[in-house]
Design a binder for this molecule. Structure first.
Ligand code: DOR
Ligand code: ZN
Length: 406
């Protein structure tokens, strides 16, 4: 039996948690701990199949649990990409085998990749996916929908089949044009200039216009700037079914990170200005941002050391997101209600997930130093290494098992 006694609820009141049948015999009696629902990560790249040298579900499931997460939604830009029913089935088989090896039945759902040549596959898999992922601009891998006709088809098919469309909103044409304009610049920081706010906004506008036409449920991934927030606010006020996600790196890092992190700071969409971070926090308070997705996108340190142009975009995040959020709470930047809303409540509502009694017990004050050597992610590094934070997950409880994480 797992017994939880005399812990705190989010208002600071002492409560007894539930007793959970288990082969473990543990009593957690600790008033320094606060009980939260376990986290849902609507946006991860766990790299199976094809890129298991960067990450796999054996390592990533442990990283998730260590970070307080028990549910993840995985993205389709794998090798092969998840763009056919056959590939989807094969991916599931591989994931299940890897999770079995480590005996962690992590809850997961898969996004299906929209690909021009395989749009007819969507209806075949509609019962088996959490939504359709559209890369409106190229990122890691070669999935992209860069013409208006195909994009419109995706929104139409999704609406007909009551599927949600999740967009990576960066406009491919503008992106390519700007890449050319900046060809002579080789420093990593030029990434934020090439993939400008305008590049993101052009795509966000297009996606919202299609939602207006088809009433497709639209989930805008990794919102990174004040201007995107404004567009989304308008769409929400107009009553459109538009939802917005931001990421830990867009909340807690900005372009000032390039000199220290170099290639490790390169991510799509790119890091923005400090003013944008501030706007994202305001958008959380205003309910314009619904969720936080870690966008856990591991690459090896050697890959990230390559010069600009060869260095792949993306950074790991699932292990550190909750501590970053709790530290923001410690600094009075976020309430615990907002953290719950961002990390589980809104995702459950938007994606119609069943309720679970998965839990995480956190210490709101404990000081931790992020260190690469403690990480479970296979890539073995974090952009936050060296940061001292207040607050961390201590126990993650699910599937009748209690994992100590700190
Ligand atoms: O920086 C990113 N990395 N952005 C993406 O859209 C994809 C991701 C990856 O898979 O590496
Ligand atoms: Zn992503």
């Amino acid at each position: 039996m797992i017994r939880i006694e005399k812990v705190k609820d989010i208002y600071g009141a002492l409560i007894d948690g539930p007793s959970i049948p288990s082969k473990q015999n543990i009593t957690i009696n600790n008033s320094n701990l606060t009980l939260l629902p376990a986290l849902i990560d609507p946006h991860v790249h766990f790299r199976t199949p094809g890129h298991e040298y960067k990450e796999d579900w054996r390592a990533a499931s442990q990283a998730a649990i260590r970070g307080g997460y028990t549910t993840v939604f995985d993205m389709p830009n794998t090798l092969p990409p998840t763009i056919t029913q056959t590939y989807l089935k094969e991916k599931k088989t591989l994931i299940d085998a890897q999770l079995k090896e480590v005996d962690i039945p992590l809850r997961y759902h898969l996004f299906f990749g929209a690909d021009k040549k395989h749009l007819d596959e969507i209806v075949k898999v509609k019962e088996d996916i959490i939504g359709i992922k559209v890369f409106m601009g190229c990122s890691t891998g070669n999935l992209v929908i860069d013409d208006d006709e195909s994009l419109e088809k995706v929104f139409c098919i999704a609406a007909e089949n009551n599927l949600l469309v999740a967009v990576h909103a960066e406009d491919e044409q503008l992106l390519q044009q700007r890449k050319h304009e900046f060809l002579d610049r080789k420093e990593y920081a030029v990434h934020s200039e090439i993939r400008s706010v305008q590049v993101a906004c052009r795509a966000v506008k297009k996606a919202i216009a299609l939602t207006k036409r088809y009433q497709t449920r639209l989930y805008i991934l990794h919102v990174s700037s004040q201007e995107e927030v404004r567009l989304i606010d308008h769409a929400k006020q107009a009553g459109l079914p538009v939802y917005a996600e931001t990421t830990p790196h867009h909340l807690f890092l900005d372009t000032a990170a390039y000199p220290l992190l170099k290639g490790k700071a390169v991510v799509n969409p790119p890091l923005r200005l400090a003013a944008d971070r501030k706007a994202l926090f305001s958008a959380i308070h205003a309910g314009i941002i619904d969720t936080i997705g870690s966008d856990h996108a591991p690459h090896t340190p050697a890959e990230k050391e390559q010069p600009y142009g060869e260095c792949p975009s993306g950074m790991p995040g699932i292990e550190t997101t909750l501590s970053l959020l709790l530290n923001a709470h410690y600094e009075n930047l976020l309430s615990l209600e907002e953290i719950i809303s961002l990390t589980s409540k809104r995702a459950r509502e938007i994606f119609n997930l069943e309720k679970t009694n998965d839990m995480v017990l956190v210490d709101l004050k404990k000081e931790i130093k992020i260190s690469d050597k403690d990480l479970k992610t296979k890539c073995g590094w974090s952009p936050y290494a060296g940061m001292v934070l207040h607050g961390c997950p201590v126990y993650t409880i699910f599937n009748n098992y209690c994992y100590q994480t700190n």
